[in-house]
Design a protein around this ligand. Sequence first.
Ligand code: FE2
Length: 160
Amino acid sequence: MSQRAPQVSQFGSVDPAPPSKLGNIEAWKHSLVDEEIPLFQRMRNVFALRNEGSDDSCLALCFGFESKSALLRHELAYVLGQMQNKVALPSLIERLDDVNEHVMVRHEAAEAMGAIGDISVKAMLQKHLTDDNPEVSESCEVALDLLAWCNTDEWNETKW
Ligand SMILES: [Fe+2]
């Protein structure tokens, strides 16, 4: 393997771009919606914000949902699931619930909502179990099962 082979992140994933070393939350945040900046660089900033791990960096990632790139928005949803921070839930709910959003982003938002593991999103995931897009409905199904698995006491139905 070359010296520059991608490293396994602190989240156990091999990311599509190594985290930026230079910059700060504010600069990385605004870069996300700057369509002039190459996607690779913006992805590096996404992973730098994820590794930062604070509420502020989480909200900076949520701000990035204004980007025109569906691929980037999908990546944002993915890392927000990895971060497992509830402050991202309002933005993730909005992405899932927006029928004009790209199906890839809606799918990843649903999975991230499951990964965060907070029972408050149950009704929203249930709402989209009948979504026309199987990528969305199946992601909601998986996310609900994960929520049930993580919250057995709070879950109304005894599924397990
Ligand atoms: Fe995905």
